[in-house]
Ligand binder design. Structure first.
Ligand SMILES: Cc1ncc(COP(=O)(O)O)c(C=O)c1O
Length: 389
């Protein structure tokens, strides 16, 4: 049943119904009425969350974006390429694939592009999963692959993370027998934990022995933020092994989430199974041009890594000094056990203009806090202190 809000909107409560143009006013009412109504679910809930977090003046610690934004060179190239926007992108797709290939020491045929890595995750689920071929996606992890698998009717096997919030790779390998795809998010969102290169390699080898027809997708969206010395990318593995692909995104350290661009690396034959599920000319001319300069801008990446490390240390110290457990983080967000209902915590923070991550049902007392600028963290801390007191 549609629920009417004064002003402009009708939204479908429950299910994944479309969420119309919801005003800020509608959101306030939504919050006020929340206890009395069926909670929004799925895509509608996520969109409502994002709209709420995007309210002007909100401190955004909810979506693991880079709060400092893209490097200067990105702005320059976008301005200079605006006049080419009347043409469909062709050469710029090749240019970006070549730029990415050069950075990783691979060939352009080893790269396909997506409108964000989210499009590639969805395409991989479509390519490798079906009613008879499950997706293995741990609980919790980035939810998009499992949401899409459910939508297309593929079973989802969801082994829980362990007590340290690390992926249970043994349970994932057991659950992965005869699966179509294993989604291995490393570092994992939302838990912020990471596995070593050796762990990932032995997982892939084990899958090769026990379930050779299963593809393993290693999502390295937060790769640049890892400090664990034993960590390493799975890209070389993906080049050598037709059952492995790696995804990366420009939405995190590169500060380009709004430009919607990501990529997948793998053997051309494996990528050819994923490509048919992508829209042709999926990435805009401006995003292609921007990403081609960003991917080689090592100085900008190093600067963002440094700022994130400082902000992360500051945030971890804040929560630990206040007596709360924080999982080890190798990402641009942290997971904190606030020892109370994470949804209530989030709502109380949002009312005070600080947005944090949503509640994850398997860990109802843990809150994901993205690392903001130091200025944002200073605004957020009194709010956290107040809400926790
Ligand atoms: C682990 C992970 N993978 C993929 C994505 C999707 O990113 P995008 O579609 O912006 O590349 C996200 C977004 O937060 C993420 O956390």
């Amino acid at each position: 049943m549609p629920t009417r809000f004064s002003g402009t909107v009708a939204l479908v409560a429950g299910g994944t119904g479309a969420l119309g143009a919801l005003t800020w006013r509608g959101h306030e009412q939504l919050l006020a009425q929340a206890p009395a109504q069926a909670p929004l679910q799925g895509a509608a809930a996520r969109r409502a969350d994002r709209l709420l977090a995007a309210r002007p003046g909100m401190v955004r610690l909810d979506s693991n974006e880079n709060p400092y934004g893209a490097g200067e060179r990105v702005f320059g190239v976008i301005r200079s390429r605006l006049s080419a926007s009347n043409r469909y992108p062709v050469k710029s797709e090749d240019d970006l694939a070549a730029a990415i290939a050069a950075v990783h020491g691979v060939r352009p045929e080893n790269v396909i592009l997506g409108t964000g890595s989210g499009e590639l995750l969805r395409a991989a689920v479509s390519a490798f999963c079906s009613r008879d071929r499950a997706l293995v996606a741990p609980d919790p992890t980035f939810e998009a692959p499992a949401n899409w698998a459910k939508f297309i009717g593929a079973p989802v096997v969801a082994p829980r993370v362990d007590a340290e919030l690390r992926l249970d790779l043994d349970a994932m390998a057991d659950g992965g027998r005869n699966a179509g795809l294993v989604y291995l998010c490393n570092p994992n969102n939302p838990t912020s934990t990471v596995h070593s290169k050796a762990d990932v390699t032995s997982f892939v080898e084990r899958m090769g022995r026990t379930s050779p027809a299963t593809t393993v997708l290693v999502d390295e969206a937060y790769h640049e933020y890892v400090d664990l010395p034993s960590y390493g990318t799975a890209i070389q593995r993906a080049l050598a092994d037709p059952r492995v692909v790696v995804t990366r995104t420009f939405s995190k350290v590169f500060g380009m989430a709004g430009l919607r661009i990501g990529y997948m690396v793998g053997q051309p034959e494996t990528l050819a199974k994923v490509s048919p599920w992508l829209l042709g000319s999926n990435v805009s001319e401006l995003s292609l041009a921007a990403a081609a300069v960003a991917v080689g801008d090592a100085a900008h990446v190093a600067e963002e890594q440094k700022k994130n490390r400082a902000g992360r240390e500051h945030a971890v110290k804040f929560f630990e000094d206040a007596g709360y457990k924080v999982a080890r983080s190798d990402a641009n967000f942290i997971m904190v056990d606030v020892r109370r209902d994470a949804k209530a915590f989030k709502l109380a923070c949002v009312e005070r203009m600080v947005a944090v991550g949503r509640q994850f049902p398997s860990h109802p007392n843990w809150v994901r806090v993205s690392i903001g600028t130091l200025e944002e963290m200073k605004k957020a801390e009194p709010v956290f202190r107040r809400v926790l007191s």
